[in-house]
Design a protein around this ligand. Structure first.
Ligand code: PLP
Length: 396
């Protein structure tokens, strides 16, 4: 067995690295989740998540993975037979579609090549053709974690408004929230779906919905069966800072600390940092002579970058070489791009030197795995990072 020293590099696009401050905040005795001390935490995290989603509307925090929050968005607002428009941006769009199928929703799945954001022209055409307003919801994945392509939800809102279509706009921002700009209210999102283990820098275990007034009204009138995911009871009980069931108390301590960290840095700075790291990663990939999975200008994810392996070279073999030699986990290619793509996560609790370490591990791994490439990618990334505003040096 190889013994590794120093810290493991967890450079998958979620779960992401959890800051020590957040770990310590969670390292608490369990407490009475119906007592006054906990209610304070409950109120604090609900308000904190409204600030992160940038909403004044209710936010639900479930003890669940992101998949649960996906399901919650669908079962609260839709019933079997309802027509839904979804866009195949990658594996996570495929999985959300799969859930919709299980609930017998009638999904129009706009095909995509997994190298672009959602096809906006197609969305517009489908909505325009739907004169009877049979489409009840448009669902898009903000940051497609399987490919590294972004769909800008505000563009979808503009389309809905332009064609005057009343469908709800539902957005999976599971790997977007806390790393890319996100404006639940200003962008007119009806249901936002998020999870704890990405930009929020927490372990997995919390799922989130942010809900517009319109979505809440639709949910109130929706007779479809649901219980655990039902928004209304949670919202009512949340008013007292507690939940209808046992919440994930220690994760909520961590959430309070994580949002504090994001706000200390300033959300705008957090977003800018992710963009810089994404630009540095792409500079390295360009020099290596490799391709990014995302092929759309303006759609490159600030949170992760998918890298296409040259023909005849297996991405998972390369990942294995990197893991064994440098103790770094890179993201695997999912579904139809398995073996063809690996993913570099530059999301969450991350900084310039972690970025350089990550890219060094990739460049050394390319050498060891004998993947054809040009050297010097790390240097190119360093040039991008040097472009930061440097702290003024004192005069000699
Ligand atoms: N949607 C996106 C964009 C994701 O990245 C993920 C997980 O990586 C999910 C949904 C599913 O979330 P979970 O694995 O927490 O259920």
């Amino acid at each position: 067995m190889t013994v590794h020293t120093g810290r493991h590099f967890l450079q998958i696009p979620g779960p992401t690295n959890v800051p020590d401050r957040v770990l310590r905040a969670m390292d608490m005795p369990t407490m009475d989740h119906r007592g006054p001390e906990f209610a304070e935490v409950g109120h604090a995290v609900l308000a904190a998540m409204q600030r992160v989603f940038r909403t004044k509307q209710p936010v639900i925090i479930y003890p669940s993975s992101g998949t649960g929050a996906w399901e919650a968005a669908l079962v609260n607002t839709l019933q079997p037979g309802d027509k839904v428009l979804m866009a195949e941006t990658g594996q996570f769009a495929v999985l959300w579609h799969g859930i919709a199928d299980k609930f017998k929703l009638d999904v129009d799945f706009i095909p995509g090549d997994w190298r672009h954001g959602a096809e906006l022209e197609q969305i517009e055409a489908r909505l325009l053709a739907d004169k009877a307003h049979k489409i009840k919801a448009v669902c898009v994945v903000h940051n497609e974690t399987s490919t590294g392509c972004v769909t800008h939800p505000q563009d979808v809102r503009k389309i809905l408004d332009r064609v005057n279509h009343p469908a709800l706009l539902m957005v999976d921002t599971i790997s977007g929230l806390g790393s890319l700009e996100y404006e639940h209210d200003a962008w007119g999102i009806d249901v936002s779906v998020a999870g704890s283990q990405k930009g929020l820098m927490l372990p997995p275990g919390l799922g989130f919905n942010a809900i517009s007034e319109k979505a809440l009204a639709v949910a109130k009138a929706n007779p479809a069966m649901r219980s655990y995911w039902d928004w209304q009871e949670v919202i009512a009980i949340n008013k007292a800072g507690t939940w209808p069931y046992t919440p994930a108390t220690n994760l909520l301590f961590g959430l309070r600390e994580a949002v504090k960290m994001l706000e200390e840095e300033g959300l705008e700075n957090v977003f800018a940092r992710h963009k810089r790291h994404s630009a540095a990663t792409r500079a390295a990939i360009r020099v290596w002579g490799l391709e990014t999975q995302c092929q759309e200008q303006g759609a490159h994810s600030p949170a992760l970058t998918g890298v296409v392996m040259p023909e005849g070279h297996d991405a998972d073999n390369f990942r294995k070489v990197v893991l064994e030699n440098f103790d770094m986990s890179l993201g695997t290619g999912l579904n139809k791009i398995k073996g063809k793509v690996f993913r570099i996560g530059h999301i969450g609790h991350f900084n310039d030197l972690m970025m350089m370490g990550t890219l060094s591990g990739v460049e050394m791994g390319l050498d060891l795995a004998k993947v054809p490439h040009r050297g010097g990618g790390v240097l190119a990334a360093m040039e991008v990072l040097k472009g930061r505003d440097v702290v003024a040096m004192p005069k000699a």
